[in-house]
Design a protein around this ligand. Structure first.
Ligand code: MOS
Length: 721
């Protein structure tokens, strides 16, 4: 076949759109990969086909502390189909000093390096066989003997061993003096339980050596992040690891480098075959991270007009004995509320459990439950409307940072929300509305989440056929990022979205921020826009001529982001809830949720609303259902599956409305603030406040289970007897 160099003029003269395109940013688009997903054509990490594929099955410790005495591998090696058994005496060494793009990975990734058991569920072996069934059968037959040691997995307020990590405390003013001088004081403790991400797609990976490179088909939040961590761990060149993560069925903070990646890579290296390791739901609960339980004390002091004189938030979470992870609930008030005296601290206590990790709105989700419940309690004592109390305490600057806000449209969210929810004329008295067996109430809470941007690289290629290819190591964890980036590129190139092909989640595309911190689409969008602009300039210079192999422009936003003005960048929101409570059965039904957000420029209203509604559904679930329970005797979970760990299902979720006010970030060309996480923030408090308004009973411990409602009703009856 002869190739004739094709040099042609771009069909769409790249000129800046005078008005926004009617088919790109700001217009609802279904997901680009939607049909692939709903027809089952999309391949997830455990579905990529390979000949000679071997299957690994992890064996997890059944004791919570001790040492491995013996592993009965001989019997298992003789079982049908078994290819190898990896464990601490039969595994390659890995480095224990990896520092990646997001810091040290959880030491649980250093699998099979020693005989110590730091917590229940610690991976002790990987059994590899010809089929998944054979691997599972053999893994379950593997006899592991332990020398057990006493363990402690208990967590409660003021537990022995609690300490304050570095940079975990902020202090301003004389708290005791301001509390003493306050007309009204609230001092209350709140708790939230251990919660799990529960992504629909359990963690899975398929690994093989191919053309001298470790090729990893994965489900993760950042393929370059993962590739570089893996390369360090195995002392490989960065270029020797290639990670792809085309489709991800949910992540929420749990999908970074984990034990199964490392175990699969070890097995693929030993066997010279592709190896797949897919986790069961119970294994996901055990070894992929979770949100720590919290116990929080909030003290508020206010003058008679509701101005805060004292704001104190002390949070305690747990971590493992392997690594310090802090669920920074007390970060919430550092942005939301100022006071003459202001104290926030995140304390932590290590116990014999797996390390917790980031989970959707880490810190702000539990922190907002405590603070926004406390504000409601304070409003009650002041006889003030809870929205008016928040409006009275709107800070002009970041209460702790002292920085200006890039924009802070919280009150606009409350105004719009109050109008749509019908807040005006609400009777503030609790327990005065009844409908049959239901007591009815309404509640409100504020919401915030950080809105950052992180350096990313991207390339955009003008192809000779008139289309454009965008390459960026973004991750679409279900957010619709691929679609949003397509719209951003279409706008920047002033072409129809159908002419853009966005390729993501391939570590070979270079460094980029991860799908995390609500900063993915903003960080990637900025890089894509920069590359697209550069390409347009180059196309102008070449008169639109495109060589046979295309014309490519690259962008790296590192310098642009470093030059960003110092401001306090956050999204804000107002959450409204209506709850119905049957105090005889303890049942709580959320009837309405409305969230109005100031979350930057909205790229794709369809998927943006999906993210917000998804986050609010998580908040409902957090308020009423979710709670991972540990058996202190074994140190492991009870019912760590979708039968035992309750979360909101369709029948629990009412019509949820999410909307936004105009709030573009003025400081970057895309104007995004990010909205993956803010939806969950404040929702549980709004619901708990609605339950108080319905019943007259404060619920300070989540979830608001039927037995808690009934017990509280009993105590109330005693008081009123
Ligand atoms: Mo998200 S918890 O920032 O992955």
């Amino acid at each position: 076949m002869t190739t004739v160099p094709t040099v042609r003029t771009a069909p769409t003269a790249p000129t800046a759109p005078v008005t926004p395109r009617p088919d790109a940013v700001g217009v609802s688009h279904t997901r680009i990969e939607g049909i692939e997903k709903v027809t089952g054509a999309a391949r997830y990490a455990s579905e990529v086909p390979f000949t000679e594929l071997a299957h690994g099955w992890l064996v997890l410790s059944t004791v919570a502390r001790g040492r491995i005495r013996s592993i009965g591998e001989d019997a298992v090696r003789a079982m049908p189909g078994v290819l190898t058994v990896l464990h601490h005496r039969a595994a390659p060494r890995v480095r224990d000093d990896v520092v990646g793009a997001l810091g040290r990975p959880d030491p649980i990734v250093e699998v099979f390096q020693h005989d110590r058991i730091p917590h229940a569920g610690w991976p002790v072996a990987l059994v590899v066989a010809e089929t998944s069934e054979q691997a599972r059968e053999a893994a379950e037959a593997l006899v592991v003997e332990y020398d057990e040691e006493p363990h402690d997995t208990d967590f409660h307020a003021d537990k022995d061993g609690v300490y304050t990590p570095q940079d975990a405390e902020s202090t301003k003013g004389d708290l005791d003096a301001e509390l003493a001088a306050s007309a009204v004081v609230l001092d209350a403790r709140y708790t939230t339980p251990e919660q799990h991400h529960c992504a629909m797609e359990p963690h899975a990976v398929t690994v093989r050596w191919h053309d001298g490179r470790l090729e990893v088909h994965d489900s993760n939040q950042g393929s370059k992040w993962l590739a570089d961590d893996l390369a360090q761990l195995f002392s490989l060149d960065q270029s020797a690891v290639h990670v792809r993560s085309e489709h991800v069925g949910g992540a929420f903070g749990s999908k970074g480098l984990r034990s199964h990646h490392v175990a699969a890579a070890m097995a693929a290296t030993e066997l010279h075959r592709p190896v797949r390791v897919a986790l069961t739901r119970r294994q996901v609960f055990a070894i992929t991270g979770y949100r720590s339980p919290t116990t929080q004390r909030v003290r508020l002091g206010a003058d008679e007009e509701g101005r805060l004189r004292a704001f104190a938030h002390e949070n305690q979470s747990l971590t493992s004995n392997l690594r310090e992870f802090v669920e920074s609930s007390a970060a919430y008030g550092r942005v939301m509320y100022d006071a003459v005296a202001h104290h926030t601290v995140n304390r932590v206590v290590p116990v014999d459990v797996a390390t917790p990790t980031w989970m959707r709105a880490p810190g702000e989700a539990p922190g907002s439950f405590a603070v926004e419940s406390a504000l409601d309690e304070l409003a009650e004592r002041l006889g003030m409307d809870p929205i008016a109390l928040r409006a009275r305490n709107e800070p002009a600057f970041g209460p702790v940072s002292g920085l200006p806000f890039s924009s802070r449209n919280l009150l606009a969210c409350f105004d719009e929300g109050a109008r749509r929810f019908g807040w005006a004329g609400r009777d503030p008295r609790p327990r005065v509305r009844r409908e049959g067996r239901w007591l009815l109430g309404t509640g409100v809470a504020a919401s915030t989440y950080q809105a950052g941007a992180a350096p990313s690289t991207a390339s955009v290629t003008a192809e000779p056929d008139g289309t454009f290819t965008v390459r960026i190591t973004a991750a679409d964890v279900g957010t619709g990022a691929r679609t949003a980036l397509t719209l951003i590129a279409a706008d920047a190139l002033n072409v129809a979205p159908g002419q853009i092909h966005v390729r993501i989640a391939d570590s070979d595309f270079g460094a980029a921020w991860v799908a995390g911190g609500s900063m993915g689409t903003r960080s990637w969008g900025w890089a894509v826009m920069s590359a697209a602009r550069e390409l347009r300039e180059r196309l102008t210079l070449t008169g639109g001529e495109i060589p046979e192999d295309g014309l490519t422009a690259h962008a790296d936003t590192g310098a642009l982001i470093a030059a960003l003005a110092q401001k306090e960048r956050h999204s804000f929101g107002a959450q409204f809830a209506e709850a119905a409570v049957d105090v005889t059965t303890g049942e709580v039904r959320v009837r309405r949720l409305l969230g109005v957000f100031a979350a930057g420029r909205i790229i794709n209203p369809l998927t943006a609303r999906s993210q917000l509604v998804g986050g609010m559904t998580w908040g409902l679930s957090m308020a009423l259902h979710e709670e991972a329970v540990r058996d202190q005797a074994s140190g492991g979970h009870v019912g760590a599956d979708f039968a035992g760990y309750h979360f909101a299902a369709n029948a629990d979720v009412p019509a949820i409305e999410a909307d936004w006010v105009d709030d573009p970030d003025p400081d970057d060309p895309v104007g995004i603030k990010g909205l993956g996480e803010i939806g969950i923030v404040g929702t549980a408090a709004a619901i708990a406040n609605a339950v108080w308004h319905a019943t007259g009973v404060r619920h300070r411990d989540l979830p608001i289970r039927p037995d808690r409602v009934i017990t509280a009703e009993g105590r109330r009856d005693e008081r009123h007897a």
